[in-house]
Write a protein that binds this ligand. Structure first.
Ligand SMILES: Nc1ncnc2c1ncn2[C@@H]1O[C@H](COP(=O)(O)OP(=O)(O)OP(=O)(O)O)[C@@H](O)[C@H]1O
Length: 249
């Protein structure tokens, strides 16, 4: 049985069809990348999966349980957790307390919250700054704090919404390496990113959304050579060789 299963998911906002009959599966332990041009429906899909939006039609199953229309809180407790594109920590709490809040209120297990928060901070390399407030953190460190926050909830699947967005090459490498470490722990990862070198490096499969519909699913190599994907999103190989692609901030 697949860990995550979306079946015929449609999401309409008035006359806008953000997702149109989207179906896919993510297997346990797999890392899947989701790409597509701005406005393709990627964030909407993540919000439907994690309960911020109820789908207009279709269903979402996690580990065999129908979670369609559940609240974000209940979905998080079930083991699905999403990072935020824009990281907004509690500025009056310490870095450690920020992670503790995630573990305490979003987590699947109420015990050992303090310890799990430290472990998560150590994992992302922020343990030595645990007692500082997050106000002095760089963009890269804020993204690592966000990853620690979701890891401390002990998730079954992590949804990363542009964790490499806005980072310099060194910070991007750190995030790629962190995602590799998370995969090595056997976690299932589903990620959106416009930073192709990051997404293609870590993903085993890549899904491509365009105008709310999948236009391709395949290995990173297959996707990078798919004419329709190149036309809709990736651009020419010359553009790709330069790294950033259309839509990258
Ligand atoms: N809350 C909303 N109300 C109305 N329309 C929305 C809402 N959220 C998203 N949309 C529309 O749904 C479509 C898909 O948007 P979405 O943000 O999911 O795209 P995206 O692929 O994540 O884009 P980006 O790469 O720019 O983040 C767009 O046309 C967008 O304007």
């Amino acid at each position: 049985m697949s860990l995550l299963n979306c079946n015929g998911v449609t999401k309409r906002f008035g006359g806008v069809v953000a997702l149109d009959d989207v179906s896919f599966e993510v297997e346990r332990g797999e890392t899947v990348g989701l790409i597509g041009p701005n406005g393709a429906g990627k964030s909407t899909l993540f919000k439907v999966i994690t309960g911020s939006h109820a789908p207009t039609e279709g269903s979402v199953h996690y580990d065999g349980t129908d979670i369609t229309g559940w609240s974000p809180h209940d979905i998080c407790h079930e083991g699905l957790v999403k990072t935020h594109q824009i990281v907004r920590p509690f500025e009056n709490l310490s870095i450690h307390q920020n992670v503790e809040v995630g573990a305490e209120f979003g987590g699947r297990r109420p015990e050992n919250v303090e310890e799990r928060a430290y472990e998560a901070l150590e994992f992302v390399g922020l343990d030595e700054r645990a007692h500082e407030t997050p106000t002095e953190l760089s963009v890269g460190a804020l993204k690592r704090l966000e990853i620690a926050r979701v890891l401390a909830t002990d998730p079954g699947i992590l949804l990363f919404d542009e964790v490499a967005g806005g980072l310099d090459p060194e910070e991007t490498e750190e995030i790629v390496s962190l995602i590799g470490d998370i995969k090595d722990r056997g976690k299932t990862v589903f990620l959106i990113d416009h930073v192709m070198r990051a997404l293609m490096n870590v993903s085993e499969r890549v899904f491509v959304l365009n105008n709310g519909e999948f236009i391709a699913k395949g290995t990173p190599a297959e996707i990078q050579n798919d004419e329709q994907v190149i036309e809709a999103y990736l651009g020419t190989s010359a553009e790709r060789d330069e790294g950033p692609t259309r839509g990258e901030a």
